[in-house]
Design a protein. Structure first.
Length: 284
């Protein structure tokens, strides 16, 4: 974790570049989980620009904080964050989703530096994070475990088993990050299986809970710091309300943007929207 708090303008630059890297990778394949990448970019910018203790040139350093991408289909967003953080060279961006690439379309720990778990089958990240947090505590390793997950994973019983186990063991080194964009493959998340009142549920399971606007960098930064510095011996969860397609108006307005196919000219149009917004000094 950076000892000094970065300026919001610096984090905004990071979020902008993460969005731009993701769009460029999407253009390589002509499709992808771009809506999630644009919506989750601010959280990733704070995670990799401030919160996480890492050594980019030593991705398996034992003292590192572990960041688990439970929602493996967010890989395009995660790769963009790893490029921004210097764990992956920008030159590999053009290989996204190709044979023999270190950047497959779904997260695979065997391929990608900085990828702590293979994702795809949802609901597995939090139980794995509980095991990692227990092991680190047993070894007296002060590292934190961050579990990044989607609101669709709230449908999975394994998520709540993990939540109950984390509270039982008092895992104060575990921070769960939930993207609440209210959309999954089969429709709006709340209609597929209602999960509100969500903060009350996590509190009842014994967690310290925060719920913030995941596209408000100041709020995201404050929530990360509070979660890490909390003295209570309990796991922490941050519920982030985000907007799919954030920063690209014509993607924000799509009714269904869980998996996006974009016509070739629109990729450059999307990048131009981001660039113009950044040049005008507005947050992406």
């Amino acid at each position: 974790m950076n000892q000094t708090t970065p300026a919001l303008s610096e984090l905004a630059q990071r979020a902008y570049r993460i969005r731009r890297f993701a769009l460029r990778m999407g253009e390589v394949q002509g499709q992808g989980y771009i809506g999630q990448a644009l919506g989750w970019a601010d959280v990733l910018a704070v995670a990799y620009g401030h919160a996480l203790e890492l050594r980019p040139d030593e991705p398996e350093w034992e003292g590192r904080d572990r960041f688990l991408l439970s929602h493996g289909h967010y890989a395009i967003a995660f790769y963009a964050a790893l490029i921004e953080a210097g764990l992956i060279p920008e030159s590999e961006l053009e290989t996204y989703g190709s044979d023999d690439s270190r950047l497959p379309m779904s997260g695979m720990a065997t391929y990608t530096p900085g990828m702590e778990m293979s994702g795809g089958s949802l609901g597995q990240g939090l139980p794995i994070a509980v095991g990692m947090a227990l092991a680190l505590r047993q070894k007296k390793n002060p590292a934190f475990v961050y579990n990044s997950m989607s609101d669709g994973e709230l449908d999975e019983g394994s998520t709540w088993e993990g939540a109950m186990g984390a509270a039982h063991h008092g895992l104060s080194n575990l921070i769960c990050l939930v993207d609440i964009n209210n959309q999954q493959a089969d429709g709006p998340s709340g209609k597929v299986l209602g999960f509100e009142p969500l903060a009350d549920k996590w509190t009842a399971f014994g967690w310290h809970v925060q719920r913030v606007d995941g596209n408000d960098l100041a709020a995201v930064l404050k929530a990360f710091d509070r979660a890490r510095q909390l003295p209570d011996p309990k796991p922490r969860v941050i519920l982030f309300d985000t907007l799919m397609g954030k920063g690209v108006p014509f993607l924000e307005q799509r009714e269904k943007n869980h998996f996006i196919r974009v016509d070739p000219p629109e990729w450059q149009q999307a990048i131009e929207f981001l660039d113009q917004s950044q040049a005008e000094g507005a947050p992406a």
